[in-house]
Design a protein around this ligand. Structure first.
Ligand code: ZN
Length: 171
């Protein structure tokens, strides 16, 4: 099942999601399948549960865009435990469609999280994967990438979005 993506302006995107306590059940597996399906349908490399209106600490990532099953990653109740280096690059968000901004992020990031079975693991990613770990973990704490850009750029973006909302082009 493909869920519609919640857009910027919905309060679910800006509050901390709930800790997940249910693992390994058919419901959990079905939900994760639906999250991957929704992410691929929206052509994203990461999707956090609040972006489909579910305020739980679950995110899925696939930097191969569905090309390589080995790159499918589920992070539940994640925390970033190590960051190294810097990278500059454009970042966007499925919940803020039509906008992209330069965002400075760490180059190498280690996340600690639980998998679908509830087992804890640590995984280190570089470049795009590092960016995805940071972006998606931020989502689960109610933080959007626009908090990492200048106030000037953020205000400009918010004004453009308000205009789209007024015109009924945002949803
Ligand atoms: Zn996002």
């Amino acid at each position: 099942m493909v869920y519609p993506i919640v857009k910027y302006g919905d309060p679910v995107l800006e509050r901390e999601a709930a800790v997940v306590t249910e693992f390994g059940t058919p419901d959990v597996h079905k939900f994760l399948d639906d999250m991957f399906e929704s992410m691929y349908a929206a052509k994203g490399v990461g999707l956090a549960a609040p972006q489909i209106g579910i305020s739980k600490k679950i995110a899925v990532i696939d930097c191969s865009n569905g090309e390589n099953p080995a790159e499918k990653i589920v992070i539940i109740n994640p925390t970033i435990i190590k960051v190294e280096g810097k990278q500059e690059g454009e970042e966007g968000c499925l919940s803020i469609p039509g906008f992209r901004e330069q965002v400075r992020r760490a180059k190498r990031v280690t996340v600690r999280a639980q998998n679908a079975a509830g087992e804890w693991f640590e995984k280190t990613g570089e470049d795009l994967l590092a960016r995805a770990f940071l972006h998606e973990t931020d989502h689960l704490y109610g933080k959007l990438y626009i908090t990492h850009i200048s106030a000037l750029k953020r205000d400009l973006m918010k004004r453009k979005i308000k205009k789209l909302q007024r015109g009924g082009d945002w949803g």
